[in-house]
Design a protein. Structure first.
Length: 574
């Protein structure tokens, strides 16, 4: 009992007891705990299974789905969506079960699975927890702290909670004047208290190992211009949740509950959302931090901003990798060279690009190089049912790429593709009222992160060097690489002179090969460039591709570069 509740004793200041316990502990326990900490790999499940479940033999259907996830994806920790935070996927008495307030069955969303399990006397959180624990997995309940897939306070929308409908005065008043905001403001104690009771209900009534608080869905907790000013309110709330978990663990005589947090993709984005993540970590309130993009896999995430304080605190630094590597842009160019790594649900542009094994290795190499401990798999669980994106070849692709990023050693067992895309391109087309993202500025992510910008070459800039920044783990120590770099400059004519450099050192023109666009991209004119990496100047981690174009003509569309690919086959050292 002393061992199980050591963390609780430390937090409450019981140092004499702690000293006694520590003298009794063997080094075996300390080593084992450290081994577990560095190997936690997370799988996030957003309850798609409930949307596809039949009304009969529902539990068996859910367990079969979970078995397919376990068979394809390697993970230690299963995080299941329990609350949005007011709408729940389990049978709640405090919050609101999805579909529960409607007089007739909805037969949409999570309703079929919820009703099918209820007819068997159970619910999703019970089935999932029992089944995944039988397979040796940690199980955490995910709480989306401000999900607003619903874009109006409309009682006919099942994701719009009765709590919000009854309390419209708690809806965030955004400074941009949007009319479709539905997120609730955590400045109000009533909002915090209501959601706190849902969390307490989960840990008291279900055999979960803890909670994961998802601050990325949708990263709206206060007015979007007052995140930093209100961060202390959210900090006090996290402290309160931590104390709740510790108290219930003692009451139940069990090991301490885990508290994980999924936060926006940079420290600045955290502040925008009212999250003082460094204080949460240094105060020992959280066990792991998941650094997360909105809905894709971005190789340029500034992981070192987090590992700077998570590693000294002994807190897991985990990074999201999702099934999509592209961005929101649906226009030209058309992507022609990806095979099965294109979504059958989306346009054949950047938005449809699914991650492949080599791209997963390159992205994870960056994450590990700049401080990540492990990976959290996001938006993968929806592909194990009847969706057209869940075809056998897609599941096999998922199997390959998730196994390729298990650890640093796995990453370097095959080619690594570093693909850089204009993640924020087209974001302003999704401004309210179309969507209600927290941020929608062109060139930025919905979380407020400035992404790679397309490099445009205007006529008045003829002969001026422009830079395309990119981050790459391979070659950062000056080692020689084998492989290929390629990029596309759209609207560039065949004979237009271009000079290139890497980090200020000019490429030998004989090493640069040009081809018309068409074999791998279509829908736009331009030129594709290829360079053998063995002829490249030294890389250095944070790199700049320098481009100088002469002879720009006001009568022609301005050339631009927005996508860069570097494929590394081998290096002198890792």
């Amino acid at each position: 009992m002393l061992i199980q509740n050591l963390r609780h004793v430390i937090r409450d200041g019981g140092w004499p007891v702690v000293f006694l316990v520590l003298t009794m502990l063997s080094s075996t326990r300390i080593v084992a705990a450290e081994d577990h900490k560095t190997s936690r790999i997370i799988f996030n499940d957003d309850a798609q299974v409930l949307s596809e479940a039949p009304l009969e033999e529902t539990s068996a259907f859910v367990r079969g789905w979970l078995d397919r996830e376990v068979a394809h994806v390697p993970f230690t920790t299963f995080v299941f969506l329990a609350a949005t935070p007011d709408i729940c996927t389990y049978q709640t008495k405090v919050g609101e079960t999805f579909g529960g307030r409607f007089p007739q069955p909805l037969n949409t969303g999570w309703d079929p699975g919820i009703r099918g399990l209820a007819s068997e006397g159970t619910d999703a959180l019970k089935v999932v927890t029992q089944h995944m624990k039988s397979k040796g997995k940690e199980v955490l309940a995910a709480i989306r702290m401000s999900d607003t897939h619903h874009r109006s306070l409309d009682p006919s929308m099942p994701l719009c909670s009765k709590f919000a409908l009854d309390n419209p005065q708690y809806v965030i008043q955004q400074p941009d004047g949007r009319s479709n905001e539905t997120a609730l403001d955590y400045s109000y104690s009533q909002v915090r208290d209501h959601r706190f009771e849902i969390m307490k209900e989960i840990v008291k009534n279900y055999d979960v190992d803890g909670l994961e608080l998802n601050f990325v869905r949708w990263a709206k907790h206060f007015p979007r211009d007052r995140g930093r000013q209100n961060a202390s309110t959210m900090t006090d709330y996290i402290k309160r949740i931590r104390k709740l978990l510790d108290r219930i663990a003692v009451e139940r005589g069990r090991s301490p509950y885990l508290l994980g947090v999924r936060v926006p993709e940079s420290v600045e984005c955290c502040w925008l959302a009212g999250i003082d993540i460094e204080t949460w970590v240094s105060s020992k309130w959280v066990d792991y931090v998941v650094v997360s993009t909105w809905n894709n896999t971005d190789p340029q995430l500034p992981i070192e901003e987090f590992s700077r304080f998570t590693k000294p605190a002994g807190v897991d630094t985990i990074v999201v990798m999702g099934n999509m590597i592209g961005a929101v842009w649906q226009g030209a160019p058309t992507i022609l060279d990806r095979g099965i790594a294109m979504s059958s649900k989306h346009a054949n542009g950047y938005v449809g690009m699914l991650i492949n094994e080599s791209e997963a290795r390159g992205t994870a190499a960056n994450y590990f190089a700049w401080g990540a401990d492990t990976i959290s798999f996001w938006n993968v669980g929806i592909h194990f049912g009847r969706e057209k994106t869940a075809a056998p070849e897609q599941r096999n692709r998922i199997r390959r790429w998730t196994h390729a990023v298990l650890d640093r050693e796995s990453v370097y067992q095959g080619p690594r593709t570093y693909r850089f895309l204009p993640m924020g391109k087209g974001m302003n087309t999704r401004r309210p009222p179309l969507r209600n993202y927290p941020w929608y500025d062109e060139g930025y992510s919905p979380l407020g992160q400035r992404n790679i910008q397309p490099v445009q070459f205007l006529p008045e800039e003829s002969g001026k060097r422009k830079q395309y920044p990119f981050r790459m783990a391979d070659g950062r120590n000056g080692e020689k690489l084998t492989g290929k770099m390629q990029f596309w400059i759209y609207h560039l004519s065949e004979n237009q002179p271009v000079s290139l450099d890497l980090n200020g050192i000019r490429f030998d023109p004989a090493a640069v090969h040009r081809f018309p666009i068409g074999a791998k991209r279509s829908g736009l004119s331009g030129q594709r460039f290829e360079i053998d990496l063995s002829f490249c100047p030294p890389f250095r981690g944070n790199n700049q591709l320098g481009i100088t174009i002469r002879g720009l003509d006001v009568q022609r569309p301005s050339p631009y570069l927005e996508e860069l690919e570097v494929v590394v086959h081998s290096s002198e050292c890792k």
